[in-house]
Design a protein around this ligand. Structure first.
Ligand SMILES: [Ca+2]
Length: 193
């Protein structure tokens, strides 16, 4: 693999989101899309490190309860996501949308019906959306009147993510050591000349 090739585990992935009333989505902390109209399906592309990157979404509701329907690649919104309310001071936890964040205390997302007319309650209110698979669920946290919510989808459990981050940390330190050596070398040469 050449130095500038994109590693094959990174995939250009289509995201689809419909959120009542609005959302901002992140791939490992990077803002990849947002929307503020609950009637719209938002499409965007983002590069995802397959099997690694965590997807995070900040959600807000203005009135009458909230929900989100989402799909990226072959992943759909479901109780495999985790959610919690944003603290009442509105402060999002440091690093909450990144791969390495410890969300083990978050609860499984609550499913408020799948994208299927037979389920309740959102589909019953005409929310079914033919752009999403029928098994995509309308999710939120356990309080469907919560006005400000964070949800995450992890491709790996926390222990593995933490390990991966340690590896990245080691690589970063090795890089910094090399960079420091280069700087020292450069300074050394300067001093000779
Ligand atoms: Ca609403």
């Amino acid at each position: 693999m050449g130095k500038h090739d994109v590693p094959s585990n990174f995939e250009d992935t289509e995201f689809k989101v419909m959120a009542d009333d609005g959302f901002t989505m992140y791939v490992n902390g990077q803002n990849v899309g947002e929307g503020n109209d609950y009637r719209e399906t938002y499409h965007f592309d983002a590069v995802v490190n397959k099997g690694v990157d965590s997807i995070a979404v900040e959600l807000y509701d203005k009135r009458w309860g909230g929900n989100m329907l989402a799909q990226f690649g072959d992943i759909v919104s479901s109780s495999e996501w985790v959610c919690r309310d944003v603290p009442s001071d509105g402060m999002l936890p440091e690093g909450w949308n990144t791969n390495g964040y410890d969300d083990q205390s978050w609860a499984p997302a609550m499913e408020y019906g799948r994208n299927n007319i037979d389920e309740t309650p959102w589909p019953r209110y005409g929310y079914t959306n033919s752009l999403f698979p029928e098994d995509a669920a309308f999710i939120w946290n356990s309080d469907d009147r919560a006005e400000h919510v964070m949800c995450r989808y992890n491709q790996r459990p926390f222990e593995e993510r933490a390990q991966h981050n340690d590896v990245c940390q080691d690589e970063m330190e090795a890089f910094e050591n090399i960079a420091n050596q280069l700087i020292n070398h450069h300074q050394h040469r300067q001093s000779i000349w």
